[in-house]
Design a protein around this ligand. Structure first.
Ligand SMILES: CC(C)(COP(=O)(O)OP(=O)(O)OC[C@H]1O[C@@H](n2cnc3c(N)ncnc32)[C@H](O)[C@@H]1OP(=O)(O)O)[C@@H](O)C(=O)NCCC(=O)NCCS
Length: 185
């Protein structure tokens, strides 16, 4: 299933969320090879190769089929290319919770796109998957990501102090969550 956006507030770029296909490998690779994307992410390798993008797409197709993770491409409607990813993974059916993740190609930052994409996948998680809780983590220094979560109603639940050693210093990790009852849509 695809999620369509027709009216995106505060954004000049019209986007929709859709499942990935192998022909998206090049767009994904072109965005993710930029070190700015992986600086604050935990799962994406660097350097990043076209073969990594293909592996990721194959994984997303398999996970979707197995209902363990729902990974959507953020498609630029006019250009028909994938400019980012938003996903819910670690889908726990018994406890009705899952983990949110996202990134966006650098040239599309600061246009409200990630905030809107997260809003749409929350709608999907709570109303289609019937989740009770969605959680996410962000480096404390990742101001943009923290803002995306807080704008979407996530609450800070805890801090893992000095949990990661990167670029010759320790980083705190913020843990965020949102409950269905606190999600107003
Ligand atoms: C984090 C990221 C997804 C934000 O995407 P984005 O589309 O630029 O975010 P938005 O435009 O929706 O911005 C949301 C808010 O954060 C603010 N913001 C975004 N980037 C920021 C930055 N680097 N520093 C400070 N504020 C920032 C925006 O001004 C906006 O605030 P406002 O609504 O009060 O004006 C994007 O920078 C990214 O992909 N980064 C690399 C990957 C990553 O960090 N993923 C998250 C891992 S937890």
């Amino acid at each position: 299933m695809d999620i369509n956006f027709s009216n995106i507030k505060d954004s000049r770029v019209q986007i929709r969320l859709r499942k990935l296909q192998l022909s998206d490998a090049k767009s994904i690779y072109q965005n993710v090879k930029d070190k700015a994307i992986v600086r604050y992410t935990l799962q994406i390798p660097h350097p990043y190769y076209l073969s990594d993008a293909r592996k990721f797409i194959n994984y997303s197709i398999k996970a979707y089929r197995e209902k363990t993770a729902y990974i959507f491409g953020i498609e630029h409607i006019d250009k028909k290319t994938i400019i980012g990813i938003v996903s819910v993974a670690k889908v726990d059916r018994k406890n009705k919770n899952c983990e949110l993740g996202y990134w966006l190609g650098k040239k599309y930052w600061h246009q409200g796109i990630a905030s809107n994409a997260v809003g749409m996948i929350l709608d999907f998680a709570f109303n289609k998957l019937k989740m009770h809780r969605v959680y996410a983590s962000a480096f404390a220094s990742n101001t943009g990501s923290v803002r995306v979560l807080e704008k979407n109603g996530f609450l800070l639940e805890g801090v893992l102090f000095e949990n990661y050693w990167r670029n010759r210093k320790w980083h705190n990790l913020f843990l965020y969550g949102i409950l269905k009852d606190n999600y107003c849509k």
